[in-house]
Design a protein. Structure first.
Length: 523
């Protein structure tokens, strides 16, 4: 085989990528030697045909002479909000290795040119652990949260494991001794995080190669958790036909088209030099259509010269051609069959889980019509609050005496949680809670949330996006519904109340605010 020039290698490595960072470094390395690249995958959801997208690029890397390491990120998978226990992850790691090897063989990639490694083979070493601590001493919470924004579930009170995730992925580049990391464009923030922080530890900045995100069959990102959006690697031909038949493929639409994207990023790159892309058609519809370049197929589809049904039929043939060797290998080997069922057991029937959603909270605007100090507690106020109820104002006890002067509470509009179970506070029954922004640092500060000035007593306060639903009559304290929802209630950086990033609004779309406190919890 003729040795490729560095320019030819560069073209192979970068073709069909959405973006790459470190272009000059990439060229410099290729002029001197073969580049070392790693691709990592967290061993959680079951691999699907979308995995052929990185596999086809890995084939490009290998054809360009690159040394490629595939990392099975079992430790990362565990830290990603602990989606699976260690015992199950061990089985899934074995499944990933088996199925990815089978995929690579199905596209004629020689396995002797690849290296497979599990994260736990080196990520638990003394040296790696010390570097995790070193990184933890310089990375801000803001940067860690921002870096993982596209790949780690975002909540108001994130787990520390999710904040560690980007740093571990950055350190992998150093400990795998590679020149470049390859991943989806959704990893971009982690890649720029790596470029910022690795040099601070005395390590070199790597090249970063990014694949585009391929739409699933429903038009959105292909996801392991959405059955209809992806085709499993072990799906039979009938299942492939059924899922492709339901796939979104609007005539002339070349933007949100998973069928076209799969053709571009998987089928065309894998065609041999003497092969063309064929769309079988009956003679009455013009006979078979053939394409040497993807761009010509896209143009023809955009002009509606290719019918979606014909495109799906062509892709069905190519997908089955890719999956046939994998199906045969797994069906012929009892150990692989067993591994598949153990790594991804069928879901067990579970008791219905209550939805913990903010629409269960009965939050209303109230007006303080009377207020006085609690006779037996200097820190407490006893308030009569008009909530627009026929039976008159409610009695509510609040711990605000040390924070809000008595005269500022009188006639004030407040925000009240109305469906808490009545509580006896120093001998007086309290029938609700005035919601406040609160901080303990550097000194304790508490401010009652402020509704819009034109709000009226009894007006409902809803969480944006959760307007539907009926509040509980009484929040059951044993089920801790309020406790679970309260952790995501905050006043954001704009001084506006929100739940998990969704604004609290009055029924007339007025915002709930805090007078001075920002980035603090609501209690």
């Amino acid at each position: 085989m003729t040795e490729r020039s560095w320019e030819e290698k560069y073209k192979l490595i970068t073709r069909n990528l959405a973006e790459w960072l470190g272009d000059e470094k990439l060229k410099t390395i290729l002029k001197q030697r073969d580049i070392k690249i790693y691709w990592g995958t967290a061993t959680t959801g079951k691999p699907h045909i979308g995995y052929f997208t990185p596999m086809s690029k890995i084939a490009d890397f290998l054809r360009a002479g690159a040394e490629v390491t595939i990392l099975f990120a079992d430790l990362h998978a565990y830290l990603d909000n602990m989606k699976a226990p260690w015992e199950l992850l061990a089985l899934r790691t074995k499944y990933y290795e088996a199925v990815i090897k089978s995929m690579l063989k199905s596209i004629d990639v020689p396995l002797d040119k690849l290296k497979f490694i599990k994260g736990t083979e080196y990520q638990l070493s003394k040296e790696y652990t010390l570097d995790v601590y070193r990184l933890g001493s310089i990375v801000t919470e803001h940067d860690a949260k921002k870096a993982g924004a596209e790949v780690v579930k975002q909540v108001a009170s994130p787990l520390l494991s999710g904040l560690l995730y980007p740093g571990l992925q950055a350190l992998d580049e150093q400990y795998l001794k590679v020149d470049a990391q390859f991943g989806g464009v959704d990893q971009r923030k982690i890649f720029t995080f790596s470029e910022k922080y690795l040099p601070m530890l005395g390590y070199e900045k790597r090249v970063h190669l990014m694949n585009p995100m391929i739409p699933g069959l429903t038009g959105a990102k292909m996801s392991s958790s959405e059955e209809d959006s992806k085709i499993d690697l072990l799906d039979d031909a009938a299942a492939v036909k059924k899922k492709l038949k339901k796939a979104f493929c609007e005539p002339g639409n070349i933007t949100d088209n998973g069928i076209l994207s799969f053709s571009k990023h998987v089928i065309f790159p894998l065609l041999k030099s003497d092969e063309v892309y064929i769309i079988p058609r009956k003679d009455e519809f013009g006979g078979d259509a053939q394409f040497v370049k993807y761009e010509d197929l896209e143009t023809a589809f955009a002009k509606q010269e290719i019918h979606p049904g014909d495109l799906k039929a062509a892709v069905e043939i190519y997908i089955n051609k890719l999956l046939d060797p994998i199906r045969k290998e797994f069906s012929a080997d009892p150990k692989l069959k067993k591994l598949s069922s153990e790594a991804y057991p069928p879901p067990q029937k579970q008791k219905p889980v209550e939805d913990i959603v903010p629409s269960r909270l009965d939050i209303r605007v109230g007006k303080v019509v009377e207020v006085e100090k609690h006779p037996d507690a200097d820190a407490l106020y006893v308030e009569k609050i008009d909530l627009g109820e026929a039976n008159g104002p409610r009695t509510i006890v609040s711990g605000l005496a040390n924070f809000v002067p008595l005269e500022e509470m009188k006639d004030r509009l407040v925000v009240v949680l109305c469906n808490l179970k009545a509580a006896n506070l120093r001998g007086i029954q309290s029938h609700g809670m005035v919601l406040c922004s609160s901080t303990d640092q550097p000194t304790k500060q508490v401010e009652p949330l402020r509704p819009p000035s034109d709000a009226v007593p009894g007006e409902k306060v809803l969480v944006e996006g959760y307007e539907e639903g009926v509040p509980d009559d009484i929040l059951n304290p044993k089920k801790k519904v309020w406790d679970k929802l309260q952790v995501d209630l905050i006043v954001n950086g704009n001084g506006e109340a929100a739940w998990a990033g969704n604004a609290l609004l009055t029924a007339s779309n007025g915002k709930i605010t805090s007078d001075t406190l920002k980035n603090v919890p609501i209690k």
